[in-house]
Write a protein that binds this ligand. Structure first.
Ligand SMILES: Cc1cc2nc3c(=O)[nH]c(=O)nc-3n(C[C@H](O)[C@H](O)[C@H](O)COP(=O)(O)OP(=O)(O)OC[C@H]3O[C@@H](n4cnc5c(N)ncnc54)[C@H](O)[C@@H]3O)c2cc1C
Length: 99
């Protein structure tokens, strides 16, 4: 593609070639980014062991989970924060109903 070519002038054939090129870019991962840049922890309490409505443990009565302690992790972009907020709201609400 000519770098200065306006987008509306790109032909269907050129678009297809561009897509094929992008889809076949090969990258080799050499090492992870440093721990200091890590944003979320993988692993934790299995979701199968938790009631998703109340966030209560299915194994230990009166125990509730929320956030990173649960084996749920997503890409950056707010998914982990939203998950922590939602789980925390449910766990707080339902644990307060305990006698
Ligand atoms: C640098 C960075 C960038 C991030 N960016 C994003 C992002 O862009 N989008 C996204 O969705 N997620 C992001 N995350 C992840 C997100 O912040 C977490 O998934 C989320 O905050 C987890 O919530 P949490 O309540 O489980 O844990 P935390 O937010 O870690 O809260 C745990 C709290 O417990 C306290 N605590 C620990 N031990 C004790 C103790 N013994 N007694 C009392 N208190 C204690 C800690 O001080 C802390 O305040 C990022 C995380 C990091 C580190």
């Amino acid at each position: 593609l000519e770098p200065d070519k306006p987008v509306h002038q790109i032909t269907k054939k050129e678009r297809q070639r561009l897509v094929e090129t992008l889809k076949h870019i090969s990258l080799t991962v050499t090492r992870p980014r440093p721990l200091a840049e890590a944003i979320v922890t993988a692993g934790g309490v299995k979701v199968q062991e938790i009631d998703p409505k109340t966030m209560a443990s299915k194994l230990v009565p009166g125990l509730y989970f929320a956030g990173e302690v649960v084996d749920v992790d997503g890409f950056t972009g707010g998914y982990n924060l939203q998950a922590a907020f939602s789980m925390g709201a449910a766990a707080g609400k339902w644990s307060a109903r305990q006698e």
